[in-house]
Design a protein around this ligand. Structure first.
Ligand SMILES: [Zn+2]
Length: 188
């Protein structure tokens, strides 16, 4: 019995370590000057995302012809492409942006739209703009919600700041843009 427990724990630890390795593979390190700069970049990306989704209102209107094939088209030909470009404009990393757009959003948004259209008659309740707003909120939630692991969390993006005092690179700075060591020196 003890051997069995040990074996199962070893297998579990191995599985966990493999999964952590896979996750780390897609962690991106980004150098940024301060939190304000990061928040500005993220805000700009969300405005761009909403504008680009508003631009595909004709494609979204196809969904109102009871055409479920249109879901796969609009997700794979338009929405994923928009997400990929928005993530690229934020990170300037093509491989990471492509991976996140294709593997983390495609199936989720398709599932959401299929579920919606198989449950209600969207013509009775919604306008194309409502569907765009829902897709936007779905994407925004997956990018930035208050629990890990959302896409803009340290599970996928590690922010590195330059301390304004000692100029060292650190994954932590306070409101004055001072790293942990400089902050501690100030307290003492
Ligand atoms: Zn410092």
């Amino acid at each position: 019995m003890e051997n069995l427990l040990q074996c199962s724990k070893t297998l579990y630890d191995h599985d966990l370590s493999e999964k952590t390795k896979q996750l780390r593979k897609y962690q991106l390190k980004m150098q940024i000057n301060n939190w304000q700069e990061w928040e500005n970049k993220v805000t700009k990306m969300f405005i761009n995302l909403k504008n680009k989704l508003d631009d595909i209102i004709d494609e979204i209107s196809e969904l109102f012809n009871y055409d479920t094939m249109a879901i796969d088209n609009v997700v794979n030909c338009n929405i994923i492409y928009i997400i990929k470009n928005c993530l690229y404009s934020l990170t300037k990393n093509k491989e990471w942006s492509e991976h996140m757009a294709y593997f983390h959003f495609g199936l989720g948004i398709e599932g959401f739209l299929h579920g919606l259209m198989n449950t209600i008659d969207i013509n009775d309740i919604f306008e194309p703009q409502d569907i765009i707003n829902m897709i936007y909120k779905n994407i925004k939630y997956q990018l930035q919600y208050d629990k890990d692991p959302c896409i803009l969390s340290p599970d996928y993006i590690i922010l590195e700041f330059k301390c304004s005092k000692c100029k060292n690179i650190s994954d932590y700075v306070n409101d004055n843009n001072h790293c942990f060591n400089c902050e501690n020196d100030e307290i003492i």
